[in-house]
Design a protein around this ligand. Structure first.
Ligand SMILES: [Zn+2]
Length: 221
């Protein structure tokens, strides 16, 4: 058995010859001075929705947390293992990021599972079911929308869950404090895997709009 799958080794060879060679000085200064990303991005594990690819980010630009369905749990200081909360704490308190973006996406398997789940109690071994119970309330609401197709329900919950995560983010005291002082901004976005289109949440209304289409000409050029 090889030490790593062959396609990964080949990919790393390409990286060394291409991107690393081009950005060598940037990598070296990041190694020397440490990272100072301005943006924390909370995205899904889905292999089709990688933030660094979608936003064409350079090394050191994005601090990324990925979990199933890009959810933020509420602030819950107890003795459990809170992987997502630990990373949020580090990004906000340790790195002092200025932006947090919750990035959802179309055809999300986690959201699909939340909508498919029956109302039976979850088994203890069902990590995804337990995790997705963070959006039980909106999932239940969306499931009762008889006039929507399955696809419409899925898109709706993908977007509603982003608003839920934004609200949960604000239960972290240091997030709320920094946002209140104007040192931190919180955004929501939704990526359409099939078209590549990006939708951004309007912070006032919670509606999703396409910045590429809707932003004023002065901002977009
Ligand atoms: Zn997903």
């Amino acid at each position: 058995m090889p030490l790593l799958p062959e396609h990964l080794l080949a990919g790393h060879d390409t990286f060394m010859a291409g991107r690393y060679a081009q950005e060598q000085s940037r990598y070296r200064s990041l190694a020397h001075e440490g990272q100072a990303p301005e943006t924390l991005m909370i995205a899904c594990c889905d292999s089709r929705a990688a933030p660094e690819t979608i936003f064409d980010a350079a090394p050191g630009e994005l601090f990324v947390i990925r979990n199933v369905a890009n959810l933020v749990p509420p602030y819950q200081p107890d003795s459990d293992f809170h992987g997502t909360s630990a990373a949020i704490e580090f990004a906000v308190v340790g790195l002092g990021v200025r932006n947090i973006v919750i990035l959802g996406h179309g055809r999300c398997g986690g959201i699909k599972a939340a909508l498919a789940k029956d109302d039976e109690p979850l088994s203890e071994a069902d990590f995804i079911g337990r995790w997705m119970s963070l959006v039980d309330e909106p999932a239940h609401g969306v499931k009762t929308m008889e006039h929507m197709t399955a696809g419409e329900r899925q898109t709706a919950l993908e977007r509603i869950s982003i608003r839920y995560s934004v609200a949960n983010l604000r239960t972290f005291p240091y997030v709320a404090e920094r946002e209140g002082r104007g040192e931190l901004s919180i955004y929501g976005a939704w990526f359409d895997i099939s078209t590549g289109e990006l939708w951004a949440m309007d912070g006032e209304t919670g509606d999703f709009r396409r910045p590429a289409v809707d932003r004023p000409p002065s901002a977009g050029g």
